[in-house]
Design a protein around this ligand. Structure first.
Ligand SMILES: Nc1nc2c([nH]c(=O)n2[C@H]2C[C@H](O)[C@@H](COP(=O)(O)OP(=O)(O)OP(=O)(O)O)O2)c(=O)[nH]1
Ligand SMILES: [Mg+2]
Length: 321
């Protein structure tokens, strides 16, 4: 039998974000081409001499008639189709000239971020959809004995730092106190249109209608399947390749990967540093937040090596004046 060598295809694609930040542009692939009839993020294959960004500029001009001025890396996705290996570099584009239209006759549509899942995309796109919907910063709340202090610090992070993704982590609270704090936190997060994930048992969602669950790496490794429904977010803490693979197997929507640096809370854990971090992120099947000594100033660098952004306790949890 002939051995088939799979074609390798390198693609640059764009998540174009509307000026109000609430919508993303998608296009329908003509029914005659590969993955025809499905929706996609505009873009196409790199020519042999091109960088990813050059290809992105050319493709968006050809397909949509727009001139891109700047783009930030969003996520890199490997996907095995039956006939080829696709590597997609997806960029977030907010600065462009011209109004996009279907220059090749294809349907083009601005859709709200929370409606993206209503459109059929190619199999490779799931991590991209997650990445488009997630912000670049993930706040992990600090232990706080008293609810009032907790709430005022959370509100400060939501209002002053514009945090939109929050993990409630409160290991020192008993179940009832945790649930009560979670309900208050949820109400506040809703007011700021922020998502709240609970660090703990997936059954907590029966008591508090939060947006999802964040698993510890230990919980993650003990599960055989996704423990929450598809309409909830599932995140997990990971520290190595095996945990990242397990997160992919049970269908985590995103993960944190740590420790990037040593931190006062974990002084004796060996930090992985950017090089190892990048290698692990490269193979991950979902968006990854860098954790461990990160501040917002690290977010651009984190995205440059393929991460979604940064997760932090200290950077968003400051004393109130
Ligand atoms: N542009 C784009 N391609 C995607 C997405 N998801 C996905 O699996 N793909 C796959 C389908 C194709 O095999 C490949 C992209 O090829 P393409 O058909 O857009 O390439 P191109 O614009 O250069 O087209 P052509 O000149 O070869 O006709 O990546 C996506 O969201 N956007
Ligand atoms: Mg194309």
């Amino acid at each position: 039998m002939e051995t088939m060598v799979k074609r390798r295809v390198h693609v640059a694609a764009a998540a174009m974000i509307s000026r109000d930040g609430r919508q993303v542009l998608i296009a329908r692939r003509p029914s005659t081409v590969d993955q025809g009839g499905l929706w996609e993020f505009p873009g196409g294959k790199l020519a042999p001499y091109e960088t990813g960004f050059e290809a992105l500029k050319r493709e968006l001009h050809e397909e949509l008639g727009v001139e891109i001025q700047r783009a930030q890396p969003l996520i890199r996705v490997h996907h095995e189709y039956p006939d080829k290996h696709v590597l997609m570099d997806v960029w977030q584009v907010r600065e462009y000239a011209g109004e996009p239209f279907g220059r090749e006759g294809q349907a083009v549509r601005w859709v709200r971020l929370d409606e993206l899942f209503n459109y059929p995309f190619p199999a490779a796109n799931m991590p991209i959809l997650r990445a488009v919907m997630l912000p670049t910063e993930y706040l992990i709340t600090a232990e706080e004995a008293d609810d009032a202090t907790f709430m005022s610090k959370l509100e400060r992070a939501l209002s002053e730092d514009a945090v939109r993704l929050v993990q409630l982590r409160a290991k020192t609270l008993e179940n009832d106190a945790f649930v009560s704090r979670a309900k208050k936190a949820l109400e506040l997060c809703r007011r700021y249109e922020a998502r709240l994930l609970l660090n703990g048992d997936p059954r907590l969602l029966d008591e508090v209608d939060a947006d999802g669950i964040h698993l510890t790496s230990e919980q993650l490794m003990s599960l055989e399947r996704r423990p929450v429904p598809e309409d909830k977010w599932l995140a997990a803490s990971t520290h190595d390749q095996a945990q990242l693979e397990q997160a992919g197997r049970i269908g985590c929507d995103f993960v944190t990967l740590s420790p990037l640096r040593t931190t006062p809370t974990h002084p004796d854990v060996y930090p992985m540093g950017w090089h190892d971090f990048q290698q692990l992120v490269e193979r991950a099947a979902m968006p990854v937040f860098a954790l461990g000594g990160m501040t917002r100033h690290d977010a651009d660098h984190a995205r440059g090596v393929g991460a979604q952004g940064i997760a932090s306790i200290r950077d968003f949890w400051k004393s109130c004046r």
